[in-house]
Ligand binder design. Sequence first.
Ligand code: THU
Length: 148
Amino acid sequence: MTETRGTAGAPRSWEDLADRARAARERAYAPYSRFLVGAALEAEDGRVFAGCNVENASYPVGTCAERVALGHAVVSGARAFSRIAIVTSGAVPAPPCGMCRQALAEFGRGLEVMSVGTNGESVVWRLRDLLPANFSLERMAAPAETGS
Ligand code: THU
């Protein structure tokens, strides 16, 4: 499910990215919620990494589509991303959940996030607006030595 930009190098449209997310949604494993989600994460080098939600009989073990796409990207060597398209089986566009916002923010809050509902509406956000203050490595700085 990895695809590089066409040889012509034409910019990929949001609709193309949403089509990749829609194809990933076909693979969603969501027998418990029946809420199907597909995501397509575009790396800065043009590659696209797909993900779908993968649920589990032990409910908290389930994983969201966005984090499956992110893992797919990272194991393929991509760490810089420009856009993510999310397509769900819900009527209205759904933004990524808080856990996915934090996971994506690890790699930059400039990411553009588009979600599409089955009603045909789409919304685009910047990740920094969805998660204004992520927890990050800089926040883990050790306190200065007090000497005591
Ligand atoms: N889900 C996602 O895949 N992404 C989100 O950002 C929100 C929720 C999935 C998790 C679960 O399988 C189903 O949607 C219902 O919560």
